[in-house]
Design a protein around this ligand. Structure first.
Ligand code: 5HY
Length: 244
């Protein structure tokens, strides 16, 4: 099977981190690659960034469909473009926030989320509600590190680790969800340091996609997630109207 992990931001170094973490968990029979959005923001830290990351996500899904990809991960904690991607893809599409929250819910009664900037807490809260996790998510905390600083700040690992430890203490949680794809390579270290389950959505989503494909399952093509009706698109989005 072929799984493609899509980094919705345009920072290749982050895609490399994501790819290493996804590659580390897939089974022998799975071919995995990660792609960087060909257009959009260098990082996603606001509603504006998120909105403008979606065309890049959908362009990557369209290319994957032409190349015979069997399933996709959207590797950004806002799960940008997830529903639209499900309309385009023939196989399953899983967002890292969705996968991480569901995984955490199997490991205890309550989990905390540690994300990057405080301004992204609102989006994470919306996703908690969308995924029906209001009774399981005990708190969402920001470590106040910008997304791209996760790759460059020498103190990033320490800061995120302490934020996860504090989150568990404050919330009385059983597990911690890492609220950024850029934290994926910190997961094992943080788990060793705090002694509680720490969930990286990149790995969780990758194995969720692999499992669904193994089970022969895909997004339902009835109704809401059927292919979008063809129509003209104009301006910079003109190419999105041709055979979506
Ligand atoms: C992510 N932004 O996973 C999110 C994290 C966030 O560029 N990749 C990004 O703070 O929402």
């Amino acid at each position: 099977m072929r799984i493609r992990v899509v980094n919705p931001n345009t920072t290749r170094a982050m895609t490399d981190t994501i790819e290493r973490c996804a590659e580390a968990v897939v089974g022998q029979g799975t071919l995995l690659d990660a792609v960087t959005a060909e257009m959009g923001p260098a990082s996603i830290e606001s509603h504006y960034d998120e909105a403008l990351s979606v065309p890049g996500v959908l362009a990557a899904i369209r290319r994957g469909e032409q190349e015979g990809v069997d399933g996709y991960v959207i590797a950004c904690f806002g799960d940008p473009g997830l529903d639209a991607a499900r309309e385009l893809a023939s196989g399953p599409v899983i967002g890292i926030a969705e996968a991480a929250m569901h995984t955490a819910s199997h490991l205890g009664r309550g989990f905390s989320v540690v994300t990057t900037l405080s301004r992204t807490i609102g989006r994470a809260t919306d996703l908690v509600e969308r995924y029906g996790m209001q009774r399981r998510c005990r708190g969402i905390h920001a470590c106040e590190i910008p997304v791209l600083a996760l790759e460059t700040d020498p103190d990033a690992r320490k800061i995120v680790t302490e934020a996860c430890r504090d989150a568990v203490d404050v919330n009385g949680s059983d597990a911690v969800v890492l609220g950024c794809a850029g934290m994926a390579d910190l997961c094992d270290h943080i788990r060793d340091e705090i002694g509680f389950p720490v969930i990286d959505g990149v790995a969780a989503a990758t194995l969720t996609v692999q499992s669904l494909i193994t089970l022969g399952l895909r997004t339902s093509s009835r109704g809401e997630f059927a292919s979008p009706p063809p129509k003209p698109y104009t301006g910079v989005l003109r190419s999105f109207g041709a055979n979506p």
